[in-house]
Design a protein around this ligand. Sequence first.
Ligand SMILES: *[C@@H]1O[C@H](CO)[C@@H](O)[C@H](O)[C@H]1NC(C)=O
Ligand SMILES: *[C@@H]1O[C@H](CO)[C@@H](O)[C@H](O)[C@H]1NC(C)=O
Ligand SMILES: *[C@@H]1O[C@H](CO)[C@@H](O)[C@H](O)[C@H]1NC(C)=O
Ligand SMILES: *[C@@H]1O[C@H](CO)[C@@H](O)[C@H](O)[C@H]1NC(C)=O
Ligand SMILES: *[C@@H]1O[C@H](CO)[C@@H](O)[C@H](O)[C@H]1NC(C)=O
Ligand SMILES: *[C@@H]1O[C@H](CO)[C@@H](O)[C@H](O)[C@H]1NC(C)=O
Ligand SMILES: *[C@@H]1O[C@H](CO)[C@@H](O)[C@H](O)[C@H]1NC(C)=O
Ligand SMILES: *[C@@H]1O[C@H](CO)[C@@H](O)[C@H](O)[C@H]1NC(C)=O
Ligand SMILES: *[C@@H]1O[C@H](CO)[C@@H](O)[C@H](O)[C@H]1NC(C)=O
Ligand SMILES: [Cu+2]
Length: 758
Amino acid sequence: MVLQHRQLSLLALGLAAAAPAAFAQTHKPGSFEDGGNTLVSGMMLFLGNAEKLYILDKSEANPTQIDGHPAMGSVYDIASRTATPMLVQSNTFCASGMHLPNGSYITLGGNGAIGPGGNIGNVPYPGGGSGEYDTVFGDYDGTLAIRVLNPCTDADNMDDPSCQWFDNSTVLHMQKQRWYSAAEALGDGSVAIIGGFVNGGYINRNYPNVDPASEGGAAESTYEFYPSKGDAQVMQFMIDTSGLNAYALTYLMPSGQMLVQANVSTMLWEPLTNVEHRLPDMPDGIVRVYPASGANAMLPLTPANNYTPTVLFCGGSDMPDEAWGNYSWPFINTWDYPASSKCHSITPEPADGSTDIDYVADDDIPLSGRSMGQFIILPDGTMLLLNGGANGTAGYSTQTLQTPSYSDMAYGMSLCSGPQGQPALYDPRKPLGSRWSTTGFDTSSIARLYHSSAMLLPDGSVFIAGSNPNVDVNTSTVFPTTYQAEIFYPSYFAATTRPVATGIPSTISYGGPSFDLTISASSYSGSANDAAANTTVVIQRGGFTTHGMNMGQRLLQLNNTFTVNRDGSYTLHVSQAPPNANLFQPGPAMLFVVVDGIPSNGTFLTVGNGQFGTQPIAAVADLPASVLLDGAAGTGSNTVNTPNSGASTSHTVLIAAIVAAVAAVGIIGAIFGIILAKRRRAAAQAASSSAAGYPLVHGQDDPSMMSWNASNVSVNTPPPFSPYHDGPGGRGAQSEVEFDPYYQNVPRMSTSNAQRPF
Ligand SMILES: *[C@@H]1O[C@H](CO)[C@@H](O)[C@H](O)[C@H]1NC(C)=O
Ligand SMILES: *[C@@H]1O[C@H](CO)[C@@H](O)[C@H](O)[C@H]1NC(C)=O
Ligand SMILES: *[C@@H]1O[C@H](CO)[C@@H](O)[C@H](O)[C@H]1NC(C)=O
Ligand SMILES: *[C@@H]1O[C@H](CO)[C@@H](O)[C@H](O)[C@H]1NC(C)=O
Ligand SMILES: *[C@@H]1O[C@H](CO)[C@@H](O)[C@H](O)[C@H]1NC(C)=O
Ligand SMILES: *[C@@H]1O[C@H](CO)[C@@H](O)[C@H](O)[C@H]1NC(C)=O
Ligand SMILES: *[C@@H]1O[C@H](CO)[C@@H](O)[C@H](O)[C@H]1NC(C)=O
Ligand SMILES: *[C@@H]1O[C@H](CO)[C@@H](O)[C@H](O)[C@H]1NC(C)=O
Ligand SMILES: *[C@@H]1O[C@H](CO)[C@@H](O)[C@H](O)[C@H]1NC(C)=O
Ligand SMILES: [Cu+2]
């Protein structure tokens, strides 16, 4: 079975793999290419290194098998566009995830063991209520799971246990059961794990909501850390936002406080002392958190903004309170309710120390509202909005209060409609009123709704996968389980020359001496002085993506000056990261050099010392003054590929203008730069009819297809007995700092025999 799939993928990908090669950019800007078969639906994924993406699904009837059960995970090789199944033991269904300082990733929590049709695993806990294991799907309870993956490459033995998921809740686990928890790294590399469902549901409340703290055991209103910093503590904010607080939106701020957003509430939270500082509500009653799932991301941190974080929220839903329903389902037909098209930003810790903090309205998303959109920060500092739909919300169900019969559901189990296949680009540097553009972008015909994902790849393209608003695999419904990946090529793929930098270090520190990078003359065309003055060096992390979020995604521009050399190359004198690990938490990142808006390939490196704990901080060394050299020029080609779209783009017009006066060693004077202005033809795009290409299929009533949650959740019973809480195999709160499950060389489950381990 597995072999067949691999063969098929290889055949299908022959075309893509044959695509030529180094330096030449042969991908059409604005286009989507076939990304191959992910084998499991790409609900969650992260980029492990320059070669591999790690993909996770929920436990469901995926045709790809591993060890006699449907696969839940795969590893995707970027160069060959092929995936290989990976063994994951516990149900990863809607987990959270984060990088660690040493470049490994963890995923946190999930659902209990689930069998076919979304039913509770057929090996229930003694008390019932949820599944410990399922013999058909071969999945263990994932609600407490801390799963660790050390990214590997083909140079390693990918089959070695140290390259595989470590996933054994007897050995390593959270204190509390968490499904849809939030995760965000602190400056010491530890991960705050916040809230979640115990058992799950459309939203996190009963209706009416008389028990916001625990919902009879269905809601988890505490936080804890990995590695542990002590017992889980109640977060009052989780109680106050009860109902709409799963997958809370979390962003660490420079002070070490964390911006936390859920329902319409916002706060700054002190993670080490659990002090909460409330900020103003989200305007217009718009919910951004799951299942409204508005796109959200931190804008690039740059020297120009003095590394002041601003977080942008776009889309989501302003459904009235009752419409959100309860654990079981929404009380309205969400697919008829337009998603929000509004955007708001907030700057929680303004550089001027102002305490007058509030949301600011930003430009609306073009064309339509969107839920489940997600931002991918590109190395050039723009932000691509991808995926999602025009109406409705995340989640799936066989019914709503208004449509009690599955066969009457307009889009099968999907609670969203109107897939938005055309990306939109947001440029935070542009003036208000002109920040969005869709010019030159194709429209994908693949619906990317609930449980879709996207990730920046090292070459600056964007990997897109998943979509499965269904309880189990369903390839015949209107919005089916999707294994087909796509790769989107941003506008800078119009450039025939991509910059190349040498001298990239393997680690970046917080403060300390600058380092030098050299940009070859073949990296650009025209005046070296101009190119050097228009070059940025950025470190960025794509994060762990799921549910319209990229947890941990950040871009930080390193400060730099430059020296132009006679041969047309130039040397960049680059500062380390600013001396504050809260700005860019320790861990893996890619470094890109961007010349005139064209990024190099990304190179992986480690930010910080690679370990948990307070990071070494040094004073920022002065950068040498920039040195210009008139007459030096690049040798790269300046032609561009024909834009893909019929609608035009990329007519670059050079307008001479004075840019800057730069002091140089021995040379003091004003230099002339160029401003490259892009003239665009009026956007002639017909707003694509969002329903086009997605025929309505009315399902048949199938009594075995129970509603989500109604079947596998018992919200009114206490959380199931768990052997992990106090068992001798459980880890003490203080000992996990030193705990390395790989080092412990824990025996793994037999690969041929799925047995109950507990
Ligand atoms: C950048 O990455 C792409 C895709 O892996 C590769 O084809 C190309 O040769 C790389 N460019 C350079 C300059 O290394
Ligand atoms: C969201 O918060 C508002 C204000 O506290 C509250 O009235 C509402 O019921 C909450 N919505 C849900 C779905 O819990
Ligand atoms: C960036 O470097 C320049 C030149 O040394 C310096 O003047 C400036 O203050 C630095 N900016 C930041 C944000 O550190
Ligand atoms: C949610 O509300 C519906 C309609 O009132 C009800 O049938 C259902 O039992 C409720 N779900 C839960 C988990 O209480
Ligand atoms: C979205 O909802 C609006 C208002 O109910 C409706 O007019 C529109 O057709 C819907 N769009 C889709 C794609 O279902
Ligand atoms: C730098 O490059 C970008 C992208 O091509 C361009 O938009 C911008 O105008 C350039 N800036 C200068 C000062 O030349
Ligand atoms: C797939 O979805 C269709 C339409 O919603 C439904 O009729 C059918 O029973 C589903 N099939 C499976 C295997 O769940
Ligand atoms: C990174 O740290 C984690 C947690 O300590 C550990 O489990 C993992 O094995 C480490 N990764 C590597 C590659 O050493
Ligand atoms: C988990 O670890 C325990 C204790 O080492 C072991 O008995 C059990 O077999 C392991 N389970 C799996 C699924 O590997
Ligand atoms: Cu989910």
